[in-house]
Write a protein that binds this ligand. Structure first.
Ligand SMILES: C=C(OP(=O)(O)O)C(=O)O
Ligand SMILES: O=S([O-])[O-]
Length: 285
């Protein structure tokens, strides 16, 4: 799985410190961090202020690959704050993108060219192409992916509807993944919304339909360019148990980045058997 992650987002994962973002840590501290790429972590930011965002990146930026300004939150910020958040994320070598719903609103309102223009002018380096709320034809989806690539943006697509109770069809997911990646998308996200409940793979309690997951993995074979939206801990644990520590996980709440990282490393009871060494900790100071 790993090599494809590197191919997908090289700068993020080629940092020899093993951390994914900018780091001002000392060499010793850096050695506490990974030396090889792991699964990507995408955070959903629903409106953090400048200070909280700075705090997040200072504290956990090394364990984040991508931040999505969820849904249509991006236009609601004072412009200077939006610009400074985007800029800061890029200083940490992260992918920073508006929510897919914002692009869906632009499609609905027939302002897609202006949307791309603004995304680029604001300095975003990624977009999410989704059809969670509206219908988007295959032709239009392809055009949006191609336009994003043409504009130099990283394109993440999303599969799945936001409607409560909507299920994932393994066949159509596999087909969508194949086509999206062929058109230039770097990853395909599997919808679970911000709640992780009653949508896609997950029931009203956030539990996963393991039959559906199994049929998806059988159908897809290689899941290395899938990003599973897993806002809840039980979902993160399941995906880590199923695919290993290098699984790509998205819609992670900002407050959970470090705790997810402990799961990836086997430094929490649920995945203790992953068994990463604690030795670096012994040399922190
Ligand atoms: C939070 C989500 O919505 P959006 O992409 O619109 O941010 C999502 O689709 O997971
Ligand atoms: O609107 S959401 O929660 O994807």
């Amino acid at each position: 799985m790993r090599s494809i992650h590197r191919a997908a987002w090289p700068e993020a994962l080629h940092d020899p410190s093993g951390q994914r973002g900018m780091s001002d840590r000392s060499g010793l501290e850096q050695s506490a961090n990974r030396t090889t790429g792991r699964g990507l972590t995408m955070v959903i930011d629903k409106g953090l202020g400048r200070h909280s965002f700075t705090d997040l990146l200072e504290t956990a930026g090394g364990y984040i690959d991508c931040i999505k300004f969820g849904f249509g939150t991006a236009p609601l910020y004072p412009t200077d704050i939006l610009l400074s958040k985007i800029e800061l994320a890029k200083r940490y070598n992260l992918t920073i993108m508006p929510g897919g719903t914002l692009l869906e609103a632009a499609i609905q309102q027939k302002v897609v060219p202006a949307f791309f223009n603004t995304v680029c002018r604001l300095g975003f380096n990624g977009i999410e192409v989704s059809d969670g709320t509206i219908e988007v034809s295959r032709t239009q989806r392809t055009e949006l992916i191609r336009e994003g690539v043409k504009q130099g943006l990283r394109v993440v697509t999303e599969y799945g509807k936001k409607l409560s109770g909507s299920l994932i069809d393994a066949n159509s997911l596999a087909l969508t993944v194949e086509e999206d990646l062929a058109e230039g998308a770097e990853l395909v996200t599997v919808e679970a919304r911000e709640s992780g409940k009653g949508v896609g793979l997950f029931d009203e309690r956030g539990d996963c339909s393991e039959d559906v997951l199994e049929s998806i993995t059988r159908m897809l074979g290689d899941c290395s360019r899938i990003m599973w939206e897993t806002p809840l801990k039980q979902q993160q644990v399941l995906m880590l148990q199923t695919f290993g520590s290098d699984v790509n996980l998205g819609n992670i709440p900002p407050s959970d980045v470090l705790s997810l990282e402990t799961l990836r490393r086997g430094l929490r009871s649920d995945t203790f058997h992953f068994g990463e060494t604690v030795v670096p900790f012994l040399y922190m100071i």
